[in-house]
Design a protein around this ligand. Structure first.
Ligand code: NDP
Ligand code: 2IT
Length: 448
């Protein structure tokens, strides 16, 4: 990362002016801008054709009302979003998030990151993101279904297998995808498998998609440690969150010989010094939709801590897999003090910019989400491939493809960082490699 040169500074001031009160979006843009000084010098056509300015402006932003009726017969009103950010490399692709914190800034930051992440996968997918401020917590299955149906009653007209292909994210898993896909099918009268990814494996979903983001992040961690002559075996691992990404990051870290001792949810964090019992976590979270504190009620030697930060738990490897800005400067200092050697982001933008600087200055290996968590969307692209050929692949084959993709993303980031004079800086490597791939396609297509 470096100070912005004069031209980048001017462009950044302009995007700030055009996108006020959107702190997450501004944060995500600044991180990319900070990687681009030498890129802009090497490729004058990018400035001349205003490609960066065009990339920062979403191609289309859809905001809509989502009215629905709860189990008490009360009318509820939520807000739905889909930001179709960039389609230079393929149809818009990215998840849908249901969480009360969702607003336009959050969806724009996620959509912006998704452009470069998807480019890094090497698959033909553009970038987009959607969601709603709907809070699924405590809602009945029927309420979730009615909400999803109302959400899709507007969204259906904007998506399609060649246009925009949503998937899951926070608060959206195969259950919600099922309700949304069902409503899409009903309204359009088309069984268009490729319009959604993350579908149930019995009706068009891909094996290994559920595991892909967490597994992919750990494949990335393995490659990053390997580049430093190290490995995962015997390492103590802490994973934040206990949702889809966290659960399968824990699983793969364990399979590679790591000892995972802590995870969390928004109510607090759980420590089991003997190593987490993953089957128990899966039952509590995936079957019972429960809280992680339940684990400590069932297991006497485990502790649940409602206040404080999971990053105070000493570890070799930290995998933030919950949400944006969940690991701040204080947490980063604590990790460094405790001897942490690597931080690999399963979530999107979980480390604050100050935390990233602290980790990088302390020579902790740091992998940004847009590289390390790209395995989820990459496997979504594999699901699209299976749907297009009306085929379904084995778990083993699909996971092998995922592994190859993650090894390649690591290699691309590593080599790009070296080529641009900042060896070991995966932020620079990921941003530059992703950005150049998008710029190249946009340049070829003229001013669009
Ligand atoms: P889930 O909804 O399955 O799980 C989210 C987890 O994070 C839960 O444990 C949740 O706790 C916790 N969490 C969410 N919001 C907050 C918050 N504001 N503060 C503290 N904890 C919070 O989502 P995923 O596992 O799918 O997503 C996790 C992260 O990974 C997100 O950043 C997402 O964008 C990213 N990601 C997901 C991909 C996917 O394929 N699913 C792909 C790539 C990235 P609680 O239950 O208490 O809310
Ligand atoms: O942030 C992400 O990459 C996702 N939520 C997955 C997107 C996808 O289309 O699979």
């Amino acid at each position: 990362m470096s100070q912005l040169n004069e031209n980048l500074q001017l462009i950044y001031q302009d995007v700030l002016r055009r996108n006020p009160n959107e702190p997450e979006f501004q944060q995500a843009m600044l991180e990319v801008f900070e990687s681009l000084n030498s890129v802009m010098a090497k490729h004058p056509e990018i400035a001349k054709k205003k490609i960066l300015q065009r990339i920062c402006e979403p191609e289309r932003q859809i905001i809509f009302r989502v009215p629905w009726i709860d189990d008490q017969g009360e009318v509820q009103v939520n807000r739905g979003f889909r930001v179709e950010f960039n389609s230079a490399l393929g149809p818009y692709k990215g998840g849908i998030r249901f969480h009360p914190s969702v607003n336009l800034s959050v969806i724009k930051f996620l959509g912006f990151e998704q452009i470069f992440k998807n480019a890094l996968t090497g698959m033909p997918i553009g970038g987009g993101k959607g969601g709603s401020d709907f809070n699924p917590k405590g809602r009945s299955d029927n309420e979730i279904m009615r909400f999803c149906q109302s959400f899709m009653t507007e969204l259906y007209r904007h998506i399609g297998e060649h246009t925009d292909v949503p998937a899951g994210d926070i608060g959206v898993s195969a259950r919600e995808i099922g309700y949304m896909f069902g409503q899409y099918k009903r309204i359009t009268n088309r069984y268009e498998s490729g319009v959604f990814t993350g579908k149930g494996v019995t009706w068009g979903g891909s094996l290994a998609r559920k595991e892909a983001t967490g597994y992919g992040a750990v494949f990335f961690a393995r490659e990053m440690l390997k580049a430093r002559g190290d490995c995962l075996e015997g390492k103590t691992v802490v994973v934040s969150g206990s949702g889809n990404v966290a659960i399968y990051a824990i699983e793969k870290a364990m399979l590679f010989g790591g000892k995972v001792i802590a995870c969390s949810d928004s109510s607090g964090y759980l420590v089991d010094e003997q190593g987490l019992d993953l089957a128990r976590i899966k039952r509590i979270k995936e079957v019972e939709y429960g809280r992680i504190s339940q684990y400590a009620e069932e297991v006497k030697h485990a502790k649940f801590i409602a206040a404080g930060s999971i990053w105070s738990v000493p570890c070799d490897l930290a995998l933030p897999c919950a949400t944006q800005n969940e690991l701040n400067a204080k947490d980063a200092e604590q990790l460094v003090k405790n001897g942490c050697i690597a931080v690999v982001e399963g979530a999107n933008m979980p480390c604050t910019p100050e935390a990233v600087r602290i980790l990088q200055n302390a020579k902790v290996a740091y992998a940004p989400g847009k590289a390390a968590n790209a395995g989820g969307v990459a496997t979504s692209a594999l699901e699209m491939q299976q749907n297009a050929s009306r085929d379904s692949w084995s778990h083993e084959y699909t996971e092998q493809r995922l592994e190859e993709i993650m090894v390649n993303i690591h290699k691309t980031c590593f080599e790009t960082a070296e080529a641009y004079g900042c060896p070991g800086d995966y932020v620079m490597g990921a941003n530059i490699a992703g950005f150049l791939r998008v710029c190249n396609a946009m340049d070829a297509m003229g001013v669009i």
